[in-house]
Write a protein that binds this ligand. Structure first.
Ligand SMILES: [Zn+2]
Length: 179
């Protein structure tokens, strides 16, 4: 950060505020402390019978690869509302949420993912502006080598494993940087 977003001053330093334990962007002009915290990504795993809905990404990163509908949570909404909003925006999917299903921390890119599991209430799904294509896949038909993000692949793996026993506990995971 070069300029303070509160007062416009260029007297911004990156240093540890009094009483804190890590460096922050501090404004020497107005005294503001600019915190930068992780972002929350919310989405759904929409299913119908033995199939799961996936979106082919129309945007970078990972353009052309498949993913579950998900995106950044907005201010003023709950995580479940955000997950349903993203499902509509990306896949025109109407989902009846069963429960929260996976929680993943991705500390090296400062993100937390919350994926809700839910049944599609109709088959009027279709590609929103950020998707090239939207379709339902059985476990065998899923393009496993073309899944956009490790977190989505792991969530799908949990789902098809849990389907065998029809028991869907909450799964937690951490995605680490791949070297
Ligand atoms: Zn300032």
């Amino acid at each position: 950060m070069k300029f303070c977003s509160h007062c416009g001053s260029d007297a911004v330093t990156f240093s540890i505020p009094e009483g804190d334990d890590r460096p922050r962007h501090l404004c020497g002009g107005c005294g503001a402390i600019h915190y930068i915290n992780p972002r929350v990504i919310v989405g759904t795993l929409p299913y119908l019978g033995d199939r799961v809905l996936l979106c082919k990404r129309a945007i970078e990163p990972r353009l052309g690869l498949w993913t579950l509908p998900a995106g950044f949570m907005e201010n003023g909404e709950t995580s479940e509302q955000g997950a349903l909003r993203e499902s509509w925006e990306e896949a025109r999917a109407n989902v009846r949420v069963d429960d929260l299903y996976t929680v993943y921390d991705i500390p090296h890119i400062n993100q937390v993912y919350l994926i809700y599991r839910g049944e599609l209430t109709d088959t009027n799904y279709g590609a929103g502006p950020e998707s090239l294509e939207v379709d339902l896949f059985t476990e065998e038909a899923i393009p496993w080598d073309e899944i956009a993000f490790p977190i989505m692949r792991e969530t799908l793996e949990h789902y098809f494993r849990d389907r065998r026993t029809a028991s869907y506990p909450l799964h937690r995971g951490i995605i680490h940087r791949k070297f």
